[in-house]
Ligand binder design. Structure first.
Ligand SMILES: [Zn+2]
Length: 204
């Protein structure tokens, strides 16, 4: 169970790692953008929720805006309509000035309330959250697990081939008890059945 969980986590990590290795170089030349907007009523008020993910200039930026409003017509003035997905990829710098090196290597966190201020009387309250995660951070988080997995996998293959205990590496050649005398791990049937006959003859 523990091993399966580890394999699962390592696979997820590898997926993230691969995505980072593809998106990072692309982000140095292009800004890629995914946005979604939702609008729903709640009681007598309405909620406008917009989130965006940007990949640009060596980092990933996530931003979300929640707005509580008193009119269903609030979103009519916005480019993004409810339920709409926007996917865009354009040359770096198209949407505005870039953060640039070395600022783009620093994780950043940004939150604000009342982002629409007094300019919009139809807004009851609003909140904005923005996070910038440089790709090197994502790589640092996602790389270790697959590396450990590959190292472990190679060690297990090596131990299996040489009839060693998969847990502690103890030599199980000729083992008949069915458990490793060093750590008590059950010995898998297949290698234990094959190995004793050939080598036990020499021992006795
Ligand atoms: Zn053992």
């Amino acid at each position: 169970m523990k091993r399966r969980l580890f394999t699962f986590a390592a696979a997820g990590s590898l997926l993230l790692c691969t995505a980072v290795l593809i998106l990072w170089p692309v982000s140095l030349g292009r800004e890629s953008f995914c946005e979604h907007t939702a609008f729903s009523s709640y009681g007598k008020d309405w909620y406008w929720v917009n989130w965006q993910i940007w990949s640009e200039d060596g980092f990933l930026r996530w931003a979300s805006t929640w707005v509580e409003v008193n009119t269903p017509n609030f979103d009519s003035t916005w480019d993004e309509q409810p339920g709409q997905w926007t996917l865009k990829s354009q040359l770096l710098g198209t949407s505005g000035p870039q953060m640039g090196f070395p600022a783009n290597l620093r994780p950043q966190w940004d939150t604000a309330t009342g982002v629409f201020g007094p300019t919009r009387p139809d807004v009851i309250r609003s909140r904005y959250v923005g996070i910038i995660i440089p790709y090197w951070c994502l790589l640092a988080v996602s790389l270790p697990l697959p590396v450990v997995w590959i190292f472990r996998h190679r060690r297990q293959t090596h131990r299996r081939k040489r009839s060693l205990c998969l847990t502690c590496g103890y030599d199980l050649t000729g083992n008949v008890s069915g458990t490793c005398p060093e750590c008590g791990t059950p010995v898998p049937k297949a290698p234990a059945d094959k190995s004793p006959f050939g080598k036990q003859g020499g021992v006795t």
